[in-house]
Design a protein around this ligand. Structure first.
Ligand SMILES: Nc1ncnc2c1ncn2[C@@H]1O[C@H](COP(=O)(O)OP(=O)(O)O)[C@@H](O)[C@H]1O
Ligand SMILES: [Mg+2]
Length: 318
């Protein structure tokens, strides 16, 4: 395990310097990629399909490609946080505890629901760099160009049944659609397992879903359920095969998904044993995912989210 130390002034979570050779992250891949389309990628799929592992690799890939990357850990298991911090979880400010701050930042009065923001209120915006006060407070700098936001672990309110674990990610329903990204910035969201990642309402706040599926019938079944919900929310997505052991596995995925996955990631002992390790052999696959996402992106997160809230409002009033 590696200890991460940061130094220098933290004017922005993305403007930090790393002290010494503190992490195992490669500084450069040799080839400098320069994707610049700003985007929020959301990793979805059945539990165990590999969302957190692949989201980790995408984060490391984008950061190595000189993108400014915010990794958002929306799962209370916090695997993405663990992976990006090499197993060291420092004291973070969790999104699960940010409701009052986000309401205040958004200008909502006591008792007003956050839905009001998308129905009637003047819209506020969030920014990564320089960060607004909310983003700055809830973002943990990992190294220059890479920062983390985490929903956080289960709270007592969740454990003792006073609240459902979804409250931990409620702030993301406000943050993601209203996040204004600049060229060269990217966000990777590691979602909760299964259709929950979609039905909890965060998904309209992402630009493109990356649905991870193993070549196993139940994994594919869940991937297709997620895709159907994504279609309902008019949110684009791509499929990625993971733990693909053979050409036969890839054909099986293609046949059952009804389309060829944009990438097929092989079984890897390395990723199982050391999920913080940057898998350079997956670089071509990560590039293929980004390229496919760039084709599908429509830059309409906010419009889709407003449409969703208006539809919900009409439904509850019907
Ligand atoms: N390509 C792969 N090869 C081998 N094991 C993998 C691969 N991808 C993920 N795993 C392993 O599968 C398990 C589930 O992966 P994880 O990323 O936690 O899935 P999820 O976030 O979808 O629940 C973990 O033990 C992980 O190490
Ligand atoms: Mg996970």
């Amino acid at each position: 395990m590696h200890q991460i130390r940061v130094c220098g002034s933290i004017a922005s979570p993305f403007q930090i310097k790393l002290c010494g050779a503190a992490t195992s992250f490669p500084v450069s891949l040799g080839v400098v990629l320069s994707y610049s389309v700003p985007m929020i990628l959301g990793f979805l799929g059945k539990g165990g399909s590999g969302k957190s592992s692949v989201a980790t690799q995408m984060t490391l890939h984008l950061a190595a490609a000189q993108r400014t990357v915010l990794a958002v850990d929306a799962d209370h298991n916090m695997d993405l946080s663990y992976n990006l911090l090499n197993g060291e979880l420092p004291s973070l400010r969790f999104l699960g505890d940010s409701s009052l701050d986000i309401m205040a930042y958004a200008g909502l009065n006591n008792g007003e629901r956050y839905e009001a923001l998308f129905l009637t209120k003047t819209l506020v915006r969030f920014r990564l760099s320089p960060p607004d006060s909310f983003t700055g407070k809830y973002t943990f700098p990992i190294r220059e160009g890479l920062a983390l936001m985490a929903a956080g672990p289960q709270t007592d309110a969740v454990l003792y049944g006073k609240a459902c674990s979804h409250v931990l990610t409620t702030p993301l329903k406000v943050f993601l659609p209203l996040l204004q990204l600049a060229e060269g910035q990217a966000v990777v969201v590691d979602e909760k397992a299964g259709a929950d990642g979609v039905s909890t309402g965060i998904v309209t706040g992402i630009d493109v879903g990356v649905i991870v599926a193993e070549p196993a019938i139940h994994s594919i079944k869940v991937a297709l359920q997620i895709a159907e919900l994504m279609d309902f929310h008019e949110t684009p997505y791509v499929f990625v095969g993971n733990k693909v052991g053979s050409d036969d596995d890839e054909d099986f995925l293609t046949e059952k998904l009804g389309q060829k996955p944009v990438a097929a990631l092989a079984q890897s002992d390395r990723i199982r044993r050391d999920p913080s390790h940057h898998m350079l052999e997956w670089q071509a696959s990560m590039k293929a995912v980004v390229a496919a996402a760039e084709i599908r992106i429509r830059h309409d997160r906010l419009a889709r989210t407003m449409k969703k809230f208006h539809r919900n409002e009409a439904f509850s009033g019907a």
